[in-house]
Design a protein around this ligand. Structure first.
Ligand SMILES: *Cc1c(COP(=O)(O)O)cnc(C)c1O
Length: 380
C-alpha cells in the first residue's frame, strides 16, 4: 500500500482536466475569457441559481459577499465557531463583528435554536456554514432572517451537491459560496464561486473581483475592488470537474459506506452523522472518540496512525480560541462548550475518491488496534 494513498485527501484529476487546461493555455486567452463565462453558467445551473460569479478562492467569495451586502464596522454577523477560519475572517475583513452560536452536537452545524437570543439591533446577517457537507437547518435560518430582516450567506465551501428539502445548498439564502481548494470535493487548484438569484448582488461581486471596475465600461472604476479573478485554465478544469461531480460524490459516498461497515460498533468511536437520504455531501470522514478519551489520547492515536503511514487531521480547532480572536474579542475557553468538546476528540481519517475497500479496512483495523493502547488507562 503506497503511503500517498493514505493521505488525508487527494484531488481526482483525470486526463480530461489536463487536456482542458492545455487547450486553454494554447488558446492565448488565459483570463476573463469564454471558459470563465461557461463555468459560471454551468455552476449556476448545477446549484439552481440565476447567477454565479467565479472568484480566486472561497475566502475571496465570502469577502465579496460581506462587502457587497454593505456589512461594515459596528455590524454583527451570526455564525459558527466550529468551522474553517475563513468563514469568520471574512467578517473581520470589513471590521464587522462575528457573533458565534454554539453547535448542535449531532450535526456540528450551529444550533439554530440559539440564534435568536444573539440578535441585537446591530445584527445584519446570518452566515450559515454547512460544515463537513451537512446542511444547516435552513428552514429555521430563513424564518429567523425574515423575521429580523437579516441577510443569509451560505458558506457551502464544504458542501457542493448537498441538499436541504430538495434544494441544493448555495441556492437557499441571499447567496452562497463554494470553494475549490484541492482537498474539497472538486478542485481548480485554488478557486471559488458565488451563487445567487440576485442579479444586482452578482453584478457588484463581479465588479469587486475585478478591481471595482464597472461591468459596462472597463475604464471606469466605480468602487474599491480587488483582484479576485479566476484564470480561464482554472475555469476549464472546473468545468470538467463539475461535469464529473455527481460521479465523484457517489464515489465519496461509497468510501464513507465502507468506513461505516468497518468501524460500525467499535467501542469508543462515534461515527459521523449519515442522513440515509443522501442529503449530505461527503467532505471528510470525521470520527469522534467517546467521552472516555481526552484530547491527549486523540493526539496519541493520531501519532500511532502516522507511524503506520496513515495521515489524519485534527478538525477543527475552534475559531474563538485562535489567539487573535481571543485578544481582539476577549473569547476564552468555556465560551462555546459543545464546539470545544467536539474539537477535542474529533479526528479526520484519510478520505478521497481513490481509496479502496481494503485500504479503508486497513485504516479501520489500525484505529481499533491503537485505540486499545491509548485507552488502556481508561479500561483498566
Ligand atoms: C475551504 C473553506 C473555506 C475557504 O475556501 P478557500 O478556497 O480555501 O479560500 C471557507 N469556509 C469553509 C467552511 C471551508 O471549508
Amino acid at each position: 500500500m503506497s503511503p500517498s494513498k493514505m493521505s488525508l485527501s487527494s484531488p481526482d484529476i483525470s486526463k480530461a482536466e489536463i487536456a482542458a487546461a492545455v487547450r486553454v493555455l494554447q488558446s492565448g486567452r488565459l483570463s476573463l475569457g469564454h471558459e470563465l463565462e461557461l463555468f459560471e453558467k454551468e455552476m449556476a445551473r448545477y446549484v439552481g441559481t440565476k447567477c454565479a460569479v467565479a472568484v480566486s478562492s472561497g475566502t475571496a467569495g465570502l469577502h465579496c459577499l460581506v462587502r457587497a451586502l454593505g456589512i461594515a464596522e459596528g455590524d454583527e454577523v451570526i455564525t459558527s465557531p466550529f468551522s474553517f477560519i475563513a468563514s469568520a475572517n471574512c467578517i473581520l475583513f470589513e471590521k464587522a463583528k462575528p457573533i458565534f452560536v454554539d453547535i448542535d452536537p449531532n450535526t456540528l452545524c450551529f444550533d439554530t435554536e440559539k440564534i435568536e437570543e444573539k440578535i441585537t439591533p446591530r445584527t445584519r446577517a446570518i452566515l450559515a456554514v454547512h460544515i463537513l457537507g451537512i446542511p444547516c437547518q435552513m428552514d429555521r435560518v430563513q424564518q429567523i432572517a425574515k423575521k429580523h430582516n437579516l441577510f443569509v450567506i451560505e458558506d457551502a465551501c464544504e458542501a457542493i451537491g448537498a441538499t436541504w428539502r430538495e434544494k441544493k445548498v448555495g441556492s437557499i439564502g441571499n447567496a452562497g459560496v463554494f470553494a475549490f481548494y484541492p482537498n474539497k470535493q472538486m478542485t481548480t487548484g485554488e478557486g471559488g464561486v458565488i451563487t445567487t438569484d440576485d442579479a444586482g448582488l452578482a453584478e457588484i461581486c463581479r465588479s469587486l473581483r475585478n478591481q471595482g471596475r464597472s461591468t459596462q465600461d472597463s475604464y471606469l472604476f466605480e468602487r474599491l475592488g480587488y483582484n479576485y479573478r479566476l484564470t480561464d485554465f482554472q475555469a476549464a478544469i472546473g468545468r470538467v470537474q463539475l461535469d464529473r461531480i455527481d460521479q465523484m460524490l457517489e464515489k465519496r459516498r461509497r468510501v464513507a459506506d465502507w468506513y461505516f461497515e468497518a468501524l460500525n460498533g467499535v467501542e469508543g468511536v462515534v461515527l459521523p452523522l449519515r442522513s440515509g437520504s443522501g442529503a449530505e455531501s461527503w467532505f471528510i470522514f470525521l470520527i469522534r472518540l467517546s467521552e472516555a478519551y481526552s484530547s491527549t489520547d486523540r493526539d496519541r492515536l493520531r501519532q500511532l496512525l502516522l507511524q503506520d503511514g496513515i495521515e489524519t487531521g485534527a478538525y477543527f480547532s475552534p475559531i474563538h480560541l485562535q489567539p487573535f480572536y481571543q485578544s481582539e474579542f476577549g473569547f476564552k475557553e468555556g465560551d462555546f462548550p459543545v464546539t470545544e468538546q467536539a474539537a477535542e476528540r474529533t479526528m479526520a481519517l484519510p478520505f478521497h475518491n481513490q481509496l479502496s475497500r481494503d485500504e479503508v479496512r486497513y485504516i479501520a483495523e489500525k484505529v481499533m488496534l491503537h485505540l486499545e493502547h491509548v485507552g488502556e488507562k481508561v479500561n483498566g
